[in-house]
Design a protein around this ligand. Structure first.
Ligand code: AVI
Length: 322
């Protein structure tokens, strides 16, 4: 189970309780046990993710911002005039601001976000900073087909902006499906501007997902806190730990919640048995060389028109066209 099964990311669209319990129980019956990664993002989880982005080991956010500092003007130039910018997830919009500062005559900015409160904050902040850019928020799940609002005037092209390496949280087949969906949403002359973390040495990648302050570990285990609160399970937080390791062959960080002893846990009416050291898979974070990404794009009928790296060559942003 993965991000794409995430019909209910965030607190806003939590499935009705029975369905929520069923999703969790199904994952725990699997071999190996799995939990969907959208479970990370309750209110506390979202705060912890923001804290992860500040950790010295988590280079992704810093490098993507450095990339935008170095190349936003060039990127805006490639996107051209009269662009309608549709962002998948509204985030804290730091990188979006850098782009909007350079875009010439943008027709509209459309943040797509499943959680109402972050969406509201994003609209408020961007309207204040860019009063001339019409903001047309879309409260919805970007993994589903989107109905984009009618733009205030005809754009020359629609560009879907998907920063942050979130594409890496989708398994390869799902990532291609999502890009295919985006391809149809951007239309004929449109494009996709997308962030992807680059492959690099194992130690650097593993450190990013095992920060010394333990913020990522808390983020991972917060999933169990959420389950205890929302499905009435009785996970003992002291008896599970976070593990993230880089699978070089697959080119991805694989994150697990590991049982530190043999134990039984109640999840709804189900008793779940864990062996000592048994691992539940909770997240993949795929890393892409430029060639890997071109290959992924091709599976979705797209090609890489241009790519940019940050000054340290840690992170990349690609512009994809039909
Ligand atoms: C949201 N996503 C790009 C993050 C990543 O790097 O895969 C989520 C994350 N998980 C642990 N640390 C950060």
């Amino acid at each position: 189970m993965s991000m794409q099964a995430c019909d209910f990311r965030g607190d806003e669209r939590r499935p009705p309780t029975d369905e929520f319990i069923e999703i969790v129980q199904r994952g725990l019956r699997g071999k190996p046990k799995q939990l969907p990664s959208w479970l990370f993002y309750d209110e506390r989880g979202s705060q912890l993710f923001e804290a992860i982005c500040e950790q010295p080991e988590y280079y992704l956010t810093r490098c993507e911002i450095a990339l935008m500092s170095a190349h936003a003007a060039d990127i805006a130039n490639v996107l051209g005039d009269d662009v309608r910018l549709v962002e998948y997830g509204s985030g804290n919009a730091v990188k979006t601001r850098m782009l909007l500062e350079h875009l010439r005559t943008p027709v509209a900015y459309v943040p797509v976000e499943i959680s109402a409160e972050p969406l509201r904050r994003c609209v408020e902040g961007l309207t204040e900073s860019f009063p001339a850019v019409p903001v047309q928020p879309l409260n919805g799940d970007f993994t589903r087909a989107l109905r984009l609002p009618i733009p205030p005037r005809a754009p020359r092209r629609t560009v879907l902006y998907f920063p942050g390496s979130t594409i890496g949280n989708f398994e390869a087949r799902e990532a291609a499906d999502l890009l295919r969906k985006m391809r149809s949403e951007m239309g004929d002359g449109g494009g996709i501007l997308i962030g992807a973390d680059l492959k690099k040495d194992t130690a650097t990648i593993e450190a990013a997902y095992n920060d010394r302050a333990g913020v990522t570990a808390e983020f991972t285990l917060n999933m169990l806190v959420r389950l205890n609160r929302e499905v009435g399970s009785d996970f003992d937080l002291q008896a599970f730990r976070h593990r993230a390791h880089y699978n070089t062959m697959a080119g991805r960080i694989e994150t697990f919640i590991v049982s530190t002893r043999e134990q039984k846990v109640r999840v709804g009416r189900q008793q779940v048995t864990f062996k000592q050291d048994e691992a539940m898979q909770v997240e993949y974070s795929c890393k892409y060389s430029p060639a890997d990404f071109a290959h992924l794009a091709a599976k979705a009928g797209l090609e890489v028109a241009q790519s940019w790296n940050d000054p340290l060559d840690m992170f990349s942003v690609h512009y994809l066209v039909r």
